[in-house]
Write a protein that binds this ligand. Structure first.
Ligand SMILES: O=C(O)[C@@H](CO)O[C@H]1O[C@H](CO)[C@@H](O)[C@H](O)[C@@H]1O
Length: 429
């Protein structure tokens, strides 16, 4: 963590990811909290220093230049506000970290002060999600770029990414200088990422009121939506601390709508939740590990939870280390390629945490134990091969380190996300 500290923000991995990434930083701040609280708050403040006027918190904040990552600030071309950034966002984990920091603080005065200053920023971001990404009031929000989901290369996007590729300015990828191409997205996938970027840039520099309507990629993603619901629960918990009753009501509305919205993502045939292409109305035919995240959100019914765990047990029976990012029996499963098979420790944390809330302690423990085995065996890697346990992708990876600190090293009762809160009717778990 100290090694990747670039001065108030932590890069996910040197070289490969040399800027401040949004959900990485939120997780990383929970790791800092375990041994340096002031630094933990600073991480979040630095992230929110990149917040846009409309409330969006960008997926990457480019605090200082680097030529080891593509696409950097020159390609995105966003105005300085005050740092340059991307024009899209990432899963809203930050409210979970603020609650974790606040609840476990050894310096209540500092925590109170930081909560008061960060709360309006968190609220503005959550409001942005509903305004900019659910203008049709469905209860679930849209992502407009695979990079917004955090699971960039997931097979869940394969169908929705079949839009025509635009004529692009010539570009050179940097990721292949750091990681073997067999682990990274294909060139065609990158062309599509870039097509979206240039179209959004042409829409008056990522104007949020236009992007939703013009994007050829518009998907209801399980990862963002599950995290948003869980983050709403923590934002509500924080609002109660601050005695902001009107805001509690506003969040309850989001939770009510969210419970309804998730119903359209359940696929009874497979016993899994699925992402949904909003433009075709079809569920994505891809059994991915985010299917289990509605447990983390607490929106799955008991019956759905039973079916999910049945599937999960089958998946775990096919690999040596869980949880693979895709069903290992699916023909698209690739144990080493980015988000198409490997294990990510942050996904394991969310799945294990959700299982625990639904009372599946044995399965939750198995996933935690696998995570300990993987990081012990292979180190703090970006992701891991579920068959061999080998580490892959970036090395000395910050959020893997933070997960060791804030989750794996701690008893469940004080780990990040130990308590799922919310009104009784929203506690299916
Ligand atoms: O591949 C990339 O270039 C970046 C783009 O944001 O994404 C990966 O890397 C980022 C940094 O760890 C993560 O936040 C994402 O979830 C994803 O795993």
């Amino acid at each position: 963590m100290r090694m990747n500290d670039f001065g108030g923000y932590t890069v996910p991995a040197q070289g490969l990811y040399p800027f401040q990434w949004n959900w990485d930083s939120a997780i990383v701040s929970a790791g800092w909290a375990v041994f340096d609280e002031a630094r933990a708050w600073e991480e979040l403040e630095k992230l929110f220093s990149g917040q846009w006027e409309d409330g969006m918190v960008p997926s990457i904040v480019f605090h200082r230049p680097s030529n080891t990552y593509f696409p950097g600030p020159d390609i995105w071309g966003t105005p300085q506000k005050p740092s340059k950034s991307t024009g899209i966002t990432q899963p809203p984990v930050a409210a979970l970290s603020v609650r974790f920091l606040y609840e476990h603080t050894e310096n209540p005065e500092l925590a109170e002060q930081k909560l008061v200053s960060l709360f309006p920023k968190l609220l503005a971001w959550h409001r942005w999600w509903y305004k900019a990404r659910d203008p049709e009031n469905t209860g679930v929000v849209a992502i407009l770029h695979p990079w917004e989901s955090g699971m960039d290369n997931s097979p869940a996007w394969d169908e929705s990414m079949k839009f025509p590729i635009d004529k692009l300015p010539r570009y050179v990828r940097c990721d292949l200088n750091h990681v073997d191409s067999c682990m990274r997205p294909t060139q065609e996938t990158y062309d599509r990422y870039l097509t979206l970027l240039h179209r959004f840039k042409a829409a008056n520099f990522y104007d949020p009121s236009r992007l939703y309507w013009i994007s050829p990629f518009r998907v209801t993603d399980l990862c963002v939506n599950s995290i948003l619901i869980r983050a709403n629960r923590d934002l509500r918990w924080l609002a109660l601390r601050l005695e902001k009753d009107d805001i509690v009501k506003e969040i309850d509305e989001w939770l009510n709508k969210g419970f309804e919205g998730f119903k359209q993502l359940w696929d009874e045939d497979s016993g899994l939740f699925k992402c949904k292409d909003q433009l075709t109305g079809k569920l994505a035919n891809a059994p991915i590990s985010a299917a289990f995240l509605p447990l983390f959100a607490g929106v799955a019914t008991k019956e759905q939870a039973d079916k999910l765990t049945h599937n999960l047990e089958r998946w775990l029976g096919q690999v040596n280390y869980g949880v693979p990012s895709m069903d290992p029996e699916d023909h698209r499963f690739e144990p080493l390629r980015y988000w198409r098979g490997p294990v990510w420790i942050i996904m394991n944390w969310m799945i294990s945490n959700g299982l625990r809330h639904y009372g599946y302690d044995e399965l939750a423990d198995r996933i935690k134990d696998d995570s300990i085995s993987l990081t012990t065996k292979a180190g703090l890697r970006e992701y891991f091969d579920p068959l061999t346990g080998d580490g892959a992708g970036g090395r000395n990876f910050s959020w893997t380190a933070a997960m060791c600190l804030a989750w794996l090293d701690r008893p469940a009762a004080i780990a990040i996300g130990h308590k799922m809160s919310g009104p009784k009717k929203h506690l299916n778990a």
